[in-house]
Design a protein around this ligand. Structure first.
Ligand SMILES: CC(C)(COP(=O)(O)OP(=O)(O)OC[C@H]1O[C@@H](n2cnc3c(N)ncnc32)[C@H](O)[C@@H]1OP(=O)(O)O)[C@@H](O)C(=O)NCCC(=O)NCCS
Length: 239
């Protein structure tokens, strides 16, 4: 069986690039309707969003060996981006997530892929979310922990669910307890409401103590999951 990881690339991008780089890369890489409006690149949040948009085109251009500016990106009804023309015989699947200055982009040839990254910080509403939106077994496992372990287990659970929901093109409006995952160090699906968990692999992304990341990818005949270390995306094609 071909390794899932050989069909899957995970890129990490530092979203804090210089205004000069952003200006040059926007002109070279982005479609006319994606380019920054006057003043947009002055705001840090918008600047980071722009860098993510540029990085997505660079990552896709590497996979397709085409110029980033040639790619035509569209969005489906849920907001999930896809590439046109969409060749059903060899589609390229991808997904992006960002938090603060960190962005992850997953690109897969084998099947739909979803990625999520979050800052690991104690949230006052976390226990409420766990009790009201997570599955009973996840809630038991998370609430049995204390302190930093509990916070980490919450974000392990959250990012694993969100990665899967993003792979499916569903958002967080979907019932979160329909996707049941492990919350400890070993990522895995316990059960999926209308899907076969054996058709998916779930990876945890090692990003240090302050961040949690996960990637879900659909691939025939695969099992389990593990760790998926991201590679730094070379941004030279954009600048
Ligand atoms: C999609 C969603 C899960 C993203 O969550 P988030 O933590 O805020 O954002 P992330 O950084 O992880 O991901 C954002 C990226 O995911 C991608 N994305 C957007 N919508 C998506 C979807 N439905 N599925 C998968 N990926 C999606 C985009 O690349 C987006 O980047 P952009 O904002 O620069 O375009 C969340 O916004 C959501 O639940 N949206 C509701 C979608 C929905 O159900 N819409 C129904 C029609 S109104």
């Amino acid at each position: 069986m071909q390794s899932v990881k050989s069909d899957l690339r995970l890129w990490e991008i530092d979203l804090d690039q210089s205004p000069e780089w952003i200006e040059a890369a926007s002109a070279r890489v982005l479609a006319a309707d994606e380019r920054p409006r006057p003043g947009e690149a002055e705001d840090q949040v918008r600047r980071r969003r722009l860098v993510a948009r540029i990085a997505l085109r660079i990552a896709l251009s590497r996979a397709l060996d085409r110029a980033p500016g040639e790619l035509r990106l569209r969005r489906d009804g849920s907001g999930k981006p896809w590439l046109e023309p969409h060749d059903p015989r060899a589609p390229l699947h991808f997904n992006l997530s960002r938090t603060g200055d960190c962005c992850l982009i997953a690109v897969a040839r084998g099947g739909p892929v979803g990625v999520d990254v979050e800052h690991v910080v104690p949230l006052p509403e976390a226990d409420d979310i766990v009790r009201t939106r997570f599955a009973a077994e996840e809630a038991r496992a998370i609430l049995a922990r204390e302190g930093a372990d509990r916070v980490r287990a919450f974000f392990n659970c959250w990012t694993r669910k969100e990665a899967y929901l993003k792979a499916r093109g569903l958002g967080l409006m979907a019932p979160l307890d329909h996707v049941v995952v492990t919350v400890g160090d070993e990522p895995g699906f316990v059960s999926l409401h209308d899907d076969d968990p054996r058709a998916w692999r779930l990876f945890a992304v090692p990003l240090g103590p302050d961040r949690a990341g996960a990637v879900a990818v659909r691939c025939a005949g695969s099992r389990g999951g593990g760790m998926l270390r991201p590679e730094a995306l070379p941004l030279d094609r954009g600048g």
